[in-house]
Design a protein around this ligand. Structure first.
Ligand code: ATP
Length: 257
């Protein structure tokens, strides 16, 4: 159960290159953080996994199945999504938002009527407790919660269908430092419990170093680093973030100079 990017390129309709030629693998159960400057291609990469963007070249392979319009129906229930701005229904309750994570597995008619099977309702309640929201929160409107609490709802929703993969696009961008740590620890714990691979884009290097098993760094739509936090600490961050960085620097590093 892994996520594989094989020479993935994405050119948008206006000609902008979102991804140039990206290849790497995230093994099952790994927490993989995607780093890179603004515009490096992090969101584009995540969107290529859940079909919100389709690669112009190459392919994304989820557990051996290439992501295409035809396979998305089968793959979507196995991919949980956590968003930067939570993407919840603000006027609906915590419980309603969490159970909405099961929509890919429920017929449209039943979903419209709010008829979720008892097992799914029980799963939703258990998840809400597990992410640290007490019973008193079940019927609260999401709009009345803090950002950190809303992201806990988003995490519970993402795990409704026991996903094999979790995509998190800057999940702590709007949260304070301690809440960010708590939220990433929660995503990591839930994913490890499940054995799910996580692909999580971040701008906070300290958090990447703290939580990642694997770090992939993008620059101008290309992979400029793929390895452990320790290896990145040895290598430094110039090749990812410095505007003036150029290739000879990485060549020197490659020969250990
Ligand atoms: N719908 C689109 N149409 C045209 N270009 C796009 C589109 N979406 C993204 N891009 C471009 O693709 C490149 C990569 O964007 P992307 O959003 O993937 O970067 P990012 O690393 O997630 O940035 P940030 O950290 O700011 O969110 C950028 O040049 C961006 O302007």
């Amino acid at each position: 159960m892994s996520l594989l990017f094989e020479h993935v390129g994405k050119r948008y309709q206006d000609g902008t290159v979102g991804l140039a030629d990206v290849s790497f693998e995230v093994p099952a159960g790994h927490f993989c953080v995607i780093l890179g400057r603004s515009g490096a291609g992090k969101s584009t990469l995540l969107r290529c996994v859940n079909g919100l963007a389709s690669p112009s070249s190459g392919r994304v392979v989820v557990d051996g199945v290439a992501v295409t319009a035809a396979t998305l129906r089968q793959l979507r229930p196995r991919i949980g999504m956590i968003h930067q701005s939570f993407n919840l229904a603000p006027r609906a309750s915590v419980a309603t938002n969490v159970i909405a994570g099961a929509l890919p597995a429920v017929s449209t008619g039943r979903a419209l009527l709010g008829l979720f099977p008892k097992a799914l309702r029980e799963t939703a309640c258990a998840l809400i407790a597990d992410v640290g929201l007490g019973e008193e929160h079940l019927q609260r409107r999401v709009a009345s919660l803090s950002g950190g609490q809303q992201q806990r709802v988003g995490i519970a929703r993402a795990f409704m269908l026991d996903p094999d993969h979790v995509l998190a696009d800057e999940p702590v961008a709007s949260l304070d430092p301690q809440t960010s740590i708590d939220i990433l620890a929660l995503i990591r714990r839930k994913a490890k419990q499940r054995g799910a691979a996580v692909l999580c884009s971040l701008h906070q290097i300290d958090l990447a170093m703290r939580f990642a098993d694997q770090i992939v760094a993008l620059r101008d739509g290309q992979v400029v680093f793929n390895g452990t936090p320790k290896a990145l600490a040895r290598q430094g961050l110039a090749h990812i973030y410095d505007p003036g960085w150029s290739e000879p620097c990485s060549l020197r590093e490659a020969v250990g100079a």
